[in-house]
Design a protein around this ligand. Structure first.
Ligand SMILES: Cc1cc2nc3c(=O)[nH]c(=O)nc-3n(C[C@H](O)[C@H](O)[C@H](O)COP(=O)(O)OP(=O)(O)OC[C@H]3O[C@@H](n4cnc5c(N)ncnc54)[C@H](O)[C@@H]3O)c2cc1C
Length: 430
């Protein structure tokens, strides 16, 4: 079998300075890569004006890096098939580079544990992914199958965006001037080697960073909560052949928030604790320190703690990763006048309780990869503005339904209803 894991870093010799692309995609996460594949498939099937696509990713590599977000529900299998990656993901799972997931368990609302087994699901098992490898598989698929249409630049950040008339645009039309830079530390703005490229349409797939917001002053980002995630990796030496045989995603609530754990490849397991940003200081332990995180976990869980003990897990690194995990959304998801669209977490990010961020990305992408939606962006014709409105409407519907469902699930936990974390969620206005 062909090895698809040695994907090389890409450098901007992929384009000429000031080159004009039909579409520029910022970010090669799941949303950006899926969009790139879909747009190429549309070209294959129907023909399209999107013949030159550029995807820019600031990370220079996925391989050997860790990314949170491992659970992929079985319902995504048809989507993986339509993207042409199902076989690769399945082969990698047979080689234990990803793992099968046989259902969900939750200790939520009572001391008992409840579960759903994948055997009763028509789609069967889901996956516990090596997320970086999964994203690399998407990139490799783009390179191998659609390399004529989509160019990928890695290791360069989009540092500036500007929509205006320019000599590099099509005559008398506005386009996006995109500045890309080599940054050693984006937060400190240590960026050099700037290049400018141009795009007729901009796709913001930059995740929660949401690049488009910085250059469209009217855009707002609405946050519905302050959820933060603290993630710690564990490993087991599998002494005496004792191998972790728990292939479920487990969530367990506690007074201060909730925990989630899944097994990962290479005898590893991730444990994530979720609580609100402003409540962290009030926790009895300083959970950013690994030992304290472990003490906190021991004191506040039964089932998560039991799995770690049963299989002799110890912390893998001396680090607890901390990241935003709140639900939020952009005030607009696309603009036909200004030729941009936001997808994935950049448009809406979900509380990870459902472990469906990836799945919801696919649903969102299906909405705007329908031919009618594509046409409306393509032709910039006022008469065809309706599909973008449909996209905006459907995205809002997805969020509205998700928030209702989320509130329902949080309300099922009443044991600590006087604790701030839970009161907030029980009384959230929808
Ligand atoms: C703690 C936690 C656990 C989660 N667990 C799950 C789970 O188990 N299952 C699940 O389905 N979902 C999960 N999610 C949600 C899921 O990870 C996201 O929905 C998904 O990653 C969104 O994909 P994306 O492509 O929109 O954004 P991202 O994955 O964030 O990708 C954005 C990409 O853009 C790049 N980028 C950003 N800015 C720039 C720039 N200026 N220039 C160039 N490149 C740039 C980034 O490097 C990145 O590669 C979880 C989320 C959190 C916070």
């Amino acid at each position: 079998m062909e090895d698809h894991h040695n994907y090389q870093d890409r450098h901007p010799d992929q384009f000429k300075p000031h080159e004009l692309f039909d579409v520029i995609i910022i970010g090669s996460g799941i949303a950006g890569s899926t969009f790139a594949i879909r747009i190429s498939q549309l070209l294959d099937s129907y023909g399209s004006t999107f013949k030159k696509v550029l995807m820019i990713e600031e990370k220079s590599k996925n391989h050997g890096t860790f990314k949170v977000g491992e659970s992929l529900p079985s319902e995504t299998k048809p989507v993986l098939q339509s993207l042409g990656i199902f076989e690769m993901v399945n082969n990698d799972t047979n080689l234990e580079k990803h793992l099968y997931c046989y259902g969900n368990k939750s200790a939520w609302g009572s001391n008992n544990i409840n579960g759903t087994d994948s055997i009763f699901n028509p789609y069967g098992h889901g996956f516990h992914l090596d997320r970086s490898l999964f994203e690399e598989t998407l990139l490799k698929t783009i390179e191998l199958r659609y390399g004529q249409i989509v160019k990928i630049i890695r290791g360069f950040s989009v540092t500036d965006l500007y929509f205006n008339f320019d000599d590099n645009c099509v005559k008398n039309e506005k386009c996006w001037e995109v500045t890309i830079s080599k940054c050693s530390n984006l937060n400190n703005n240590v960026c050099e080697a700037q290049n400018k490229i141009y795009g007729k349409i901009l796709v913001d797939a930059s995740g929660r960073r949401c690049c488009i917001r910085k250059c469209v002053p009217s855009l707002k980002r609405y946050s519905f909560d302050k959820l933060l995630a603290f993630a710690c990796l564990f490993e087991t030496a599998c002494l005496n052949g004792l191998k972790d045989n728990d292939h479920y995603t487990l969530v367990e609530s506690c007074r201060y928030g909730w925990f989630q754990t899944s097994q990962l490849p290479n005898n590893q397991r991730i444990v994530i604790f979720f609580t609100d940003d402003d409540l962290v200081k009030q926790l009895p332990q300083r959970i950013r320190i690994v030992d304290k995180f472990c003490d906190f976990l021991r004191e506040n869980t039964s089932y998560v703690d039991k799995i770690l003990k049963n299989f002799d897990y110890t912390p893998l690194k001396n680090r607890v990763m901390c990241m935003a995990a709140n639900s939020d959304m952009l005030s607009e998801f696309a603009s036909i006048q200004n030729h941009w669209i936001a997808i994935g977490d950049s448009a809406i990010s979900f509380d990870p309780l459902s472990s469906q961020g990836i799945m919801k990305n696919y649903i969102n992408l299906n909405i705007h990869s329908e031919k009618s939606e594509k046409k409306s962006i393509d032709k910039q014709d006022n008469a065809e503005i309706q599909p973008i409105e449909v996209y905006q409407h459907k995205m809002k519907e997805i969020l509205k339904n998700y928030r209702k469902e989320k509130k329902y699930f949080y309300c099922k936990e009443q044991r600590w209803s006087d604790e701030v974390f839970w009161t907030r969620r029980h009384t959230e206005e929808l």
